[in-house]
Design a protein around this ligand. Structure first.
Ligand SMILES: [Zn+2]
Length: 103
């Protein structure tokens, strides 16, 4: 048995709405078949790393239905961003040090 989020009455597990107050229930995560395909994935993390923009879009799309997969993709994008920022810093440091030779 589950309880109505709106009025607190006990309702049938498979009920789509509350028979007492008519509150429409959201589908429970365990009943969503797609959730079984969710999981941490190195492949999607790699995808987010190679294609950060695509990874970010997929992260936004999957954040709700596939939180674990979205998390992996998001981490890939973040890792890429860290590498990107580190690379930019290295280039700036390199440019400043090579310019300073002429000063
Ligand atoms: Zn209710």
């Amino acid at each position: 048995m589950k309880y109505c989020q709106h009025c607190g009455r006990q309702v049938d597990v498979n009920a789509l709405s509350c028979p007492s107050c008519g509150y429409a229930f959201e589908r429970q995560p365990q009943h969503v078949a797609a959730t079984s395909s969710d999981g941490h994935s190195f492949g999607y993390a790699l995808l987010g790393f190679i294609f950060p923009l695509l990874g970010f879009i997929l992260y936004l799309l999957w954040r709700h239905p596939y939180p674990l997969r979205a998390g992996s993709t998001g981490r890939g994008v973040l890792t890429r961003l860290v590498f990107y920022i580190a690379g930019m810093i290295l280039i700036i440091v390199f440019l400043t040090s090579s310019f300073s030779e002429y000063l």
